[in-house]
Design a binder for this molecule. Sequence first.
Ligand SMILES: [Zn+2]
Length: 112
Amino acid sequence: MQITWTQERVERLAQLFAEGLPTAEIGRRLGLTKNAVIGRLYRNSMTRREPTLKVQPRRNVFEFAGPSCLWPFGHPDDANFHFCGARPEPGKPYCPEHAAIAYIRPKESNAA
Ligand SMILES: [Zn+2]
């Protein structure tokens, strides 16, 4: 099955993912299989290994041109809603800073 990842579709994917929807639900809304959604998210992170020659002038979802942190700022209904846009960690949708928040380790240190 040929999947055309239009910019609109990628933006929608990023938005739904940021809202915390399960990949199966994202796929249903986009008319894609769950695997297609996972594959795209995975590829987004992995493209980090390629040399980045393009300069991303602005950090917002409408300039979604490559791997970028999907941490949302503001509410999706807000006009100024946007994603962080920083470089994500390999295999993760967030930059190191936001990954640290998103993936809080269950075991906390004893520092009091
Ligand atoms: Zn970030």
